[in-house]
Design a protein around this ligand. Sequence first.
Ligand SMILES: *Cc1c(COP(=O)(O)O)cnc(C)c1O
Length: 480
Amino acid sequence: MDELHSPLDIPPEQMREMGYRVIDSLVDRHVKMRDARVWTGATRAELDARLYDAAPAAGSDFHAALDRLFEDVLAVGARVDHPAFMAFVPGAPTWPAVLGDLVAAGTNTFQGTWLASAGASTLELVVIDWFKDWLHCDDAAAGLLVSGGSAANLTALATARLARADVHPDRATLYWSTETHSSVLRAARTLGFHDSRIHQLPVDAGQRIDTAALRTAIARDRAAGLVPLAVVANAGTTSTGSIDDMHALADACADVGAWLHVDAAYGGFAALTGRGAAALQGIERADSITLDPHKWLYQPFEVGCLIVNDGALLEKAFGIMPPYLQDTALPVHDGTSTAPSGPLPVNFASRGIQLTRAARAFKIWLSIQTLGLDAFRNAIDRCLDLAAWAEQRIDASAHLEVVSPARLGIVCFRIRAERDLAEKINRAALDGLMEDGRAMISSTRVDGRFALRICVLNYRTQPDDIERVIAWFESFTMTP
Ligand SMILES: *Cc1c(COP(=O)(O)O)cnc(C)c1O
């Protein structure tokens, strides 16, 4: 056959030029961010008109397509990395982390087997060891990086079930509070747990699981011949940042041989600060912990993490070796002639549900190497300060009331109003702020009642950003 130059193959000079242009567009977006709206809406019809094309048979200019991406696509929606975005959970990656993801994509590293990526696998082990250290996990703990907190929670419950393989799945029961993230219920349903085996227990005034109610539910289930399989603790909740009493939950689990999973997707990295570590006391007693580096460790989407205290369980739960992967079975040939000694290599595909995995450790490692852990620690601490300041500012206002105090960067509040009118007024004010576009927060329900919620997580957020939000609600009046 003739030698063919594939049109998919781009010459090196052009590769560089395209790459520089992408970097320029990203840095420009960053430079203009402060003056840009936080959120811009559009209807499906408007966007269809702008974007619906048949796939072109022949290619056209990269720069023109890139401009469309920035102008037509990225211009609508929320800028979750905007310093004034304090809705939901903000996502504010550092630049070295973004470039780490570019390296992972540009090298297309296959981070599933030791054979394919011994170096990248070691880096993932290194990063997981850092996390274990920050949370004071056992030496025998092991973990893996996954797509996010939802995937980590699913992987955790699957591992918990394997750890109690003696229990018939129909008899296994699960427990968490009404404040627990929806991904936990979704994980349980995905794994085939029936809703009748799942207890969503009430919370106390601090939005923490009622441990007496938990013990009662466990006792009742055991009396009915069911087997308590796992309890999921919050550290902290997405609504209010509250942290369940992990010592009390660990004791309750120990009494009946149940697994304690801690969902620390939102709050786990606060352990890097003195205040956060104090608030997260007891987390080291968990059988498994979910973390979300794409939240408070300032990484780009997607990266979550699961750490399992009895690390060997992960491979017991997920390890399967099909014939077409037999060459990757451990120990693989490592390029030396000596018999393997020292720590064993790891096939990360055997620790979770993904075979083909991106090298998610690159971004974490590169950003912490470049910026240093102290910079991350200080950024998290500063968010805690800003949230505490926001609470004081709200508390001092005659028009506003604090609904739940600053916990792990989250403060809930509302405009004071008669109970019947409160939801309407607060919703209207929230909608108005979104339309205004200079800042964005979101809402939730606390004790069943509508509440405004500020989540401070971006390392670029300034006191002014928060002041603007609070002043907006303080001065809001309903126009009939
Ligand atoms: C965000 C969050 C999740 C889900 O994580 P994703 O990364 O969005 O999948 C789970 N639990 C808690 C407490 C969270 O805040």
